[in-house]
Design a protein around this ligand. Structure first.
Ligand code: DAH
Length: 348
């Protein structure tokens, strides 16, 4: 070795090998190892530099020198390959451990949304009534008191205005308290035969377990020649059977609304006890579901429809109320709190 050093004035191949293998041992990962490899075996590396020195030495000594350098290169290549295989195996094991996937774990399910009970009931009402030939009309939520009250035979000082606690925006503009306002808009635009269904939000200054300041109504209006209360009754029976149960019945009780004459309140036989009487129907066997009646002549006249030629019936129901009855919900607030634990129960 010493002799070699003397001869070429550079480090001997043995100490180059030791240095290379020592540095390679220190390499923490395959990237660091690659750098060591390039330092010794790369195109600009130490071993190639040694080869280039060949020219500087005496011709008779070149074969022995060349042999030693080749042996060094082969030895380093072999050692680097082995180390590389070892490091790669270690890195792969670490990566597999990091990315481990336990296929026996229970999966995480995406939670699918579901329709809100009010939307479900609204859709079902639309299904029932459009099957009977009703068309949908949606009126504005901000109304004038003319459409919401006056034209519905409820003039300024009429006591019936007190039946609904109204949110006024100005003296004459308000948040509609009833979808009945849409009846006037329809009858102004369209002449009989009329058969419309009008769903929408309504607003009243009212707040307890069964009343909410905003709720939904479904209004119906039929105007044509020869319409009678019997038509209303038949249609309501069909509605009750589809919405509640195949054996549901309806009964009409006299009532008062300014825009209908006669006016009725409509009860449906209690679907919970089948009419025998239970806590839901407070022992009566009947549950009130909507208001209705024959359209008051005054209302037809207000809309330019001749009450001697045409008659009509109208009805209006609270969608929340129907949903509460149908699903046994005891507090209207549940319908606006958006608690997914509650809402998730309404799936097909
Ligand atoms: N608008 C009434 C209310 O909100 C409900 C109603 C009663 C609507 C009788 C009607 C009807 O169309 O004929 O209390």
């Amino acid at each position: 070795m010493d002799q070699e050093k003397e001869l070429f004035g550079g480090p001997d191949t043995e100490s180059i090998a030791e240095q290379a293998l020592g540095e390679a041992e220190q390499a923490a990962d395959s990237r660091a190892l690659y750098e060591v490899k390039m330092k010794f075996l790369g195109r600009m590396g130490i071993v190639i530099a040694l080869m280039k020195k060949m020219r500087e030495i005496a011709p008779e000594e070149r074969p022995a020198f060349g042999k030693r350098v080749n042996a060094l290169r082969a030895r380093l290549e072999q050692a680097f390959d082995k180390m590389e295989a070892r490091i790669r195996a270690r890195e792969m094991a670490a990566r597999l451990a990091r990315e481990q996937l336990d296929v026996t774990m229970p999966g995480r399910h995406g939670r699918a949304g579901a329709l809100h009970p009010v939307t479900r009931v609204k859709n079902q009402l639309i299904d029932i009534f459009s099957g009977m030939g009703f068309e949908i009309y949606e009126g504005p939520e901000i109304e004038s008191d003319y459409y919401n009250f006056t034209a519905l035979n409820t003039p300024d000082d009429h006591p019936a205005r007190d039946m609904q606690d109204t949110f006024y925006i100005t003296d004459h503009i308000l948040l509609r308290t009833q979808t009945s306002a849409g009846q006037i808009r329809v009858m102004e635009q369209k002449k009989p035969p009329i058969k419309i269904l009008s769903p929408g939000r309504v607003f009243r200054s009212d707040d307890d377990a069964t009343h909410s300041p905003m709720f939904h109504q479904m209004e119906g209006l039929v105007v044509d020649r020869g319409i009678t209360l019997c038509d209303l009754k038949g249609m309501l029976d069909e509605f009750a059977r589809t919405m509640f149960s195949a054996t549901s019945k309806t009964r009409l009780r006299p009532s008062y609304f300014p825009f209908t004459e006669p006016s009725v309140e409509v009860d449906v036989s209690c679907a919970s006890c089948g009419g025998k009487g239970c806590s839901l129907c407070k022992g009566t066997g009947w549950i009130e579901v909507l208001g209705a009646g024959m359209v008051n002549r005054r209302v037809l006249e207000n809309c330019g429809i001749d009450p001697d030629v045409y008659t009509g019936f109208a009805f209006g129901m609270g969608i929340e109320r129907i949903a509460m009855l149908k699903y046994g919900i005891n507090n209207i607030k549940l319908l606006t709190e958006n608690d997914t634990r509650f809402l998730e129960q309404f799936r097909d």
